[in-house]
Write a protein that binds this ligand. Structure first.
Ligand code: NAP
Length: 285
C-alpha cells in the first residue's frame, strides 16, 4: 500500500499558529520577539532565502531586521557586530546567513552568538545541551525531523533508526535527539557508502532519515516495508527540486514519507521562528 505523505506545510502551519498566540502573549508582557539576520555579500541564493525568512517572520508578528555587509568584511568587524547584537536587549534571535566568503570562519562567528540568542541552535553551547539531552535552542533541521516523526504518532521507544549523513548541523544532532528518545540509532556516512553497506543499514531502518545532498542516493527498494522515511536532502535535477530518496519507489514500501519539497524544509523554517520565540522567553527570565 502506498505510504501516507507527511505534509510538512500543514505541520509548519500549525506550529506558526501556536507561535502567533505566544508572540501576542509576550507582547502583553512587554516582550518583543525578534530575529536579526546578518547577510554577507550578495549571493542570489542567500537573497532568496533572506526574503522568504523576512516574509515568514512578518506573517507571525515577529520583528525582523536584516543587517547587510559587503563581501570583503573582516572577521573582526563581524565579531564586533555580533557582540553588539548580543548586548542589545531589543534583539532576541540572531542568525548568520551561510555560506560566507572564504576570509570568514563561520563556525567561530556562530560560536560568538550568545547561546540564548542563537536562533539556529548551532553554537557549541547549544549543541552541548543536545548532547546532555536538555536542548534549549536546538538545530532547526534536527528539531524539524523530530517534529515530522512525532506527527506520525508512533511510539519511539525501542525503535531502530538509521541516519544517513553525519553533518554537524543535521545528521549528528538528529541522531542525538533520537537517542534521547531511546531509539536505537545507527549513523551512516561517506565511508558506509564506500564500503557498500549502505543498503544493508537502510533496509534495517524502521525510521530512516537521509541528509546527504545527493539525488536518489537511497534507492526505493532498500527501504524497509512500513518504514517512516524523512528525506532532508535538497537537490536540483533538471530544473526540479528532489530529495535524496528515490521517492516514487520508496513510497510504495514506506508507511509514511516526507515529500521534497513540502516536507522537512517547511518545518525547518517554522523551527527557526520557534527558536526566536523561545529565545525571547529565555532572555526575559
Ligand atoms: P553536508 O554537511 O554536506 O553533509 C552531508 C553528509 O552526507 C556528510 O556527513 C557526508 O559524509 C555524507 N555523505 C556524503 N556522501 C555519502 C554517501 N555516498 N553515503 C552516505 N553518506 C554520505 O550537508 P548537510 O548540511 O547535512 O545537508 C544535507 C542535505 O540536506 C543537503 O541536500 C542540504 O541542502 C539539505 N538540507 C535541507 C534542509 C531543509 O530544511 N530541508 C536543511 C539543511 C540541509 P562525509 O562528511 O563523511 O563526506
Amino acid at each position: 500500500m502506498a505510504a501516507q505523505i507527511i505534509d510538512g506545510k500543514r505541520i509548519a502551519g500549525k506550529i506558526k499558529e501556536r507561535l502567533i498566540k505566544e508572540i501576542e502573549e509576550l507582547k502583553k508582557q512587554g516582550i518583543t520577539a525578534s530575529l536579526s539576520a546578518i547577510q554577507v555579500g550578495d549571493d542570489p541564493g542567500t537573497g532568496v532565502y533572506v526574503r522568504a525568512q523576512q516574509r515568514s517572520c512578518e506573517k507571525i508578528g515577529l520583528d525582523y531586521k536584516l543587517h547587510q555587509f559587503k563581501k570583503d568584511v573582516s572577521q573582526k568587524e563581524l565579531r564586533d557586530f555580533i557582540a553588539r547584537l548580543n548586548e542589545d536587549t531589543g534583539v532576541s534571535g540572531i542568525i548568520l546567513q551561510m555560506p560566507l566568503p572564504s576570509q570568514l570562519d563561520g563556525r567561530i562567528l556562530q560560536g560568538m552568538i550568545d547561546p540564548k540568542k542563537d536562533a539556529e541552535g548551532v553554537s557549541p553551547a547549544n549543541m552541548g545541551m543536545v548532547v546532555y539531552g536538555k536542548p534549549l535552542l536546538a538545530p532547526c533541521t534536527a528539531m524539524a525531523v523530530m517534529e515530522l516523526i512525532n506527527s506520525v504518532g508512533v511510539k519511539l521507544y525501542g525503535k531502530e533508526a538509521v541516519v544517513v549523513g553525519h553533518s554537524d548541523i543535521v545528521g549528528k544532532p538528529t541522531a542525538l535527539l533520537l537517542l534521547d528518545k531511546f531509539v536505537t540509532t545507527s549513523v551512516c556516512h561517506i565511508a558506509t557508502g564506500e564500503r557498500g553497506t549502505l543498503p544493508q543499514y537502510v533496509s534495517q531502518a524502521e525510521i530512516l532519515i537521509v541528509a546527504v545532498g545527493k539525488a536518489n542516493l537511497v534507492k526505493g527498494e532498500w527501504v524497509k516495508e512500513g518504514a517512516i522515511v524523512i528525506d532532508v536532502g535538497i537537490n536540483r535535477v533538471e530544473g526540479k527540486i528532489v530529495g535524496d530518496v528515490e521517492f516514487e519507489v520508496a513510497k510504495e514500501r514506506a508507511s509514511h514519507i516526507t515529500p521534497v519539497p513540502g516536507g522537512v524544509g517547511a518545518v525547518t523554517t517554522a523551527m527557526l521562528l520557534k527558536n526566536c520565540v523561545q529565545a525571547a522567553k529565555l532572555q526575559s527570565k
